[in-house]
Design a protein around this ligand. Structure first.
Ligand SMILES: C[S@@+](CC[C@H](N)C(=O)[O-])C[C@H]1O[C@@H](n2cnc3c(N)ncnc32)[C@H](O)[C@@H]1O
Length: 226
């Protein structure tokens, strides 16, 4: 019997376990924002500052452990997404090359890599390196290099969004402001256009407010309690 996830729903739990319960090819497209494996045991900090950013248990893997984790979820994603569906995966330099190598192993067709430039990125306080101001997204088609075809790309919509010019693979979108974070966490390249939401709305509503098109069917899987 088919077991497809209910659309416009938030599934709370381990997405690896959730996906194993879903039927093959039951999802059109998938956006993945996986752990970046950038946390350090004592947090990601600086010698000259007490400020500590990332120290999350779900974000700490050995190199081999991260590759294995990536293989596991990407195999499930490729199974539950229909053939030739789009798969977008976000990352930073910490993890995007590992993810890229797993995509290569699996032989999936990479359509584009996208650079998300954040013009308002925080300055680098060490002054010993360039200011990190980018994230990346890999756009893969759920098919092998040879078999991938007819993936969906709304060329005209992308062009319109880009002021009438062909959209390039470099998106300059500011980092989510504190004000905007009340509507959801990261915008991952999709700006919050709906200003009517208040912070006391339920999480589902806020998360779907950040989805690319609210009138379409979305499913979100997240392990954290909210
Ligand atoms: C890079 S963050 C993405 C944050 C998200 N895009 C947002 O704006 O809130 C990775 C997220 O994956 C979640 N996560 C980690 N392991 C997971 C798993 N096995 N199943 C579902 N979610 C998981 C973490 O709780 C974390 O929120």
């Amino acid at each position: 019997m088919e077991n497809c996830p209910v659309t416009n729903s938030l599934y709370e739990g381990d997405s690896l376990r959730l996906m194993t319960e879903w039927s093959d090819a039951c999802i059109d497209h998938c956006i993945v924002d996986p752990p970046y494996n950038m946390s350090k045991k004592k947090g990601l900090g600086w010698a000259y500052s007490s400020h500590v950013t990332m120290s999350e248990d779900w974000d700490q893997y050995s190199r081999e452990g991260y590759l294995e984790f990536t293989r596991t979820w990407l195999k499930q994603v490729a199974r539950v997404v229909r053939p030739n569906g789009n798969i977008f995966i976000f990352g930073t330099y910490h993890n995007i090359y590992d993810i890229g190598s797993v995509i290569e192993e699996m032989g999936l067709r990479v359509v584009n890599s996208i650079v998300w430039f954040k013009p308002n990125a925080q300055p680098n306080i060490t002054c010993r390196m360039l200011t990190e101001s980018t994230e990346y997204a890999i756009w893969a088609c759920n098919g092998t290099e040879k078999k991938a075809k007819n993936w969906i790309f709304n060329y005209e919509v992308a062009k319109r969004l880009n002021g009438g010019k062909q959209m390039r693979n470099m998106w300059a979108i500011p980092y989510t402001s504190k004000k905007e974070k009340q509507f959801g966490k990261e915008n991952k390249g999709f700006r919050q256009e709906e200003k009517g939401f208040k912070g006391d709305e339920d999480f589902r509503k806020r998360m779907f407010a950040n989805a690319p098109k609210k009138d379409e069917n979305h499913i979100i899987a997240e392990s954290k309690k909210w």
